[in-house]
Design a protein. Sequence first.
Length: 115
Amino acid sequence: MSKREIKCVQCASQTKEATDITLITAVEGREVVITGLTGTRCPTCGEEYADAESAEKVEEIVKKFRKPAVVFKRKITKSGGRRVLGIPEEIDRALGKKENVDIWLEDDKIVAEVY
Protein backbone atom coordinates (compact mmCIF):
# COMPACT_ATOMS: atom_id res chain seq x y z
CA MET A 1 0.00 0.00 0.00
CA SER A 2 1.39 3.42 -0.87
CA LYS A 3 1.63 6.12 1.76
CA ARG A 4 -0.68 8.93 0.79
CA GLU A 5 -2.04 11.88 2.66
CA ILE A 6 -5.75 11.14 2.81
CA LYS A 7 -8.07 13.30 4.88
CA CYS A 8 -11.35 11.87 6.14
CA VAL A 9 -14.30 13.35 4.30
CA GLN A 10 -16.44 13.03 7.44
CA CYS A 11 -14.25 14.81 10.01
CA ALA A 12 -11.12 15.99 8.11
CA SER A 13 -8.72 13.97 10.31
CA GLN A 14 -5.66 12.32 8.76
CA THR A 15 -6.42 8.66 7.95
CA LYS A 16 -4.03 5.80 8.71
CA GLU A 17 -3.26 2.63 6.76
CA ALA A 18 -5.55 -0.33 7.45
CA THR A 19 -5.29 -3.97 6.39
CA ASP A 20 -8.42 -5.29 8.07
CA ILE A 21 -11.26 -3.41 6.39
CA THR A 22 -14.60 -5.24 6.14
CA LEU A 23 -17.27 -4.21 3.67
CA ILE A 24 -20.90 -5.25 4.08
CA THR A 25 -23.07 -4.62 1.04
CA ALA A 26 -26.29 -5.90 -0.53
CA VAL A 27 -26.35 -7.41 -4.02
CA GLU A 28 -29.77 -8.25 -5.43
CA GLY A 29 -31.25 -8.57 -1.95
CA ARG A 30 -28.42 -10.74 -0.57
CA GLU A 31 -26.06 -9.46 2.11
CA VAL A 32 -22.42 -9.89 1.09
CA VAL A 33 -19.59 -9.54 3.62
CA ILE A 34 -16.10 -9.00 2.21
CA THR A 35 -13.19 -9.12 4.64
CA GLY A 36 -9.44 -8.55 4.47
CA LEU A 37 -9.56 -5.38 2.40
CA THR A 38 -6.80 -2.79 2.54
CA GLY A 39 -6.92 1.00 2.47
CA THR A 40 -7.10 3.69 5.13
CA ARG A 41 -9.20 4.32 8.25
CA CYS A 42 -9.91 7.50 10.16
CA PRO A 43 -8.69 7.14 13.78
CA THR A 44 -11.19 9.79 14.91
CA CYS A 45 -14.53 8.68 13.43
CA GLY A 46 -13.69 5.24 12.03
CA GLU A 47 -14.60 6.02 8.40
CA GLU A 48 -12.86 3.55 6.06
CA TYR A 49 -11.58 3.98 2.51
CA ALA A 50 -10.63 0.96 0.37
CA ASP A 51 -7.61 1.28 -1.92
CA ALA A 52 -7.72 0.56 -5.68
CA GLU A 53 -6.64 -3.08 -5.28
CA SER A 54 -9.40 -3.73 -2.75
CA ALA A 55 -11.96 -1.93 -4.92
CA GLU A 56 -11.12 -4.32 -7.78
CA LYS A 57 -11.45 -7.30 -5.42
CA VAL A 58 -14.87 -6.04 -4.30
CA GLU A 59 -16.03 -5.65 -7.91
CA GLU A 60 -14.96 -9.21 -8.78
CA ILE A 61 -16.80 -10.63 -5.77
CA VAL A 62 -19.95 -8.58 -6.36
CA LYS A 63 -20.09 -9.72 -10.01
CA LYS A 64 -20.38 -13.32 -8.81
CA PHE A 65 -23.55 -12.48 -6.88
CA ARG A 66 -25.34 -10.68 -9.72
CA LYS A 67 -27.94 -12.64 -11.62
CA PRO A 68 -27.99 -12.52 -15.42
CA ALA A 69 -30.74 -10.46 -17.06
CA VAL A 70 -31.84 -13.37 -19.28
CA VAL A 71 -31.75 -17.05 -18.37
CA PHE A 72 -32.29 -19.80 -20.94
CA LYS A 73 -33.52 -23.14 -19.67
CA ARG A 74 -32.26 -26.20 -21.51
CA LYS A 75 -32.43 -29.95 -20.98
CA ILE A 76 -29.25 -31.96 -20.86
CA THR A 77 -29.44 -34.79 -23.39
CA LYS A 78 -27.22 -37.76 -24.26
CA SER A 79 -25.30 -38.26 -27.47
CA GLY A 80 -22.80 -41.07 -27.94
CA GLY A 81 -22.83 -41.84 -24.22
CA ARG A 82 -21.98 -38.23 -23.27
CA ARG A 83 -24.18 -35.59 -21.75
CA VAL A 84 -24.82 -32.68 -24.12
CA LEU A 85 -26.07 -29.15 -23.48
CA GLY A 86 -27.24 -27.05 -26.44
CA ILE A 87 -26.30 -23.38 -26.58
CA PRO A 88 -29.25 -21.14 -27.52
CA GLU A 89 -28.89 -19.46 -30.92
CA GLU A 90 -29.17 -16.00 -29.32
CA ILE A 91 -26.12 -16.68 -27.16
CA ASP A 92 -24.23 -18.30 -30.03
CA ARG A 93 -24.79 -15.19 -32.18
CA ALA A 94 -23.82 -12.85 -29.34
CA LEU A 95 -20.56 -14.77 -28.84
CA GLY A 96 -19.75 -14.67 -32.54
CA LYS A 97 -20.06 -18.45 -32.94
CA LYS A 98 -16.77 -19.05 -31.16
CA GLU A 99 -15.77 -22.70 -30.96
CA ASN A 100 -13.52 -23.07 -27.90
CA VAL A 101 -14.66 -23.20 -24.30
CA ASP A 102 -13.14 -23.69 -20.85
CA ILE A 103 -15.59 -25.36 -18.45
CA TRP A 104 -15.31 -25.66 -14.66
CA LEU A 105 -17.44 -26.14 -11.56
CA GLU A 106 -18.14 -23.41 -9.01
CA ASP A 107 -20.03 -24.98 -6.14
CA ASP A 108 -23.12 -26.46 -7.80
CA LYS A 109 -22.83 -24.46 -11.04
CA ILE A 110 -21.21 -25.29 -14.37
CA VAL A 111 -19.34 -22.25 -15.67
CA ALA A 112 -18.28 -21.92 -19.31
CA GLU A 113 -15.91 -19.32 -20.69
CA VAL A 114 -16.11 -19.19 -24.49
CA TYR A 115 -13.21 -17.88 -26.56
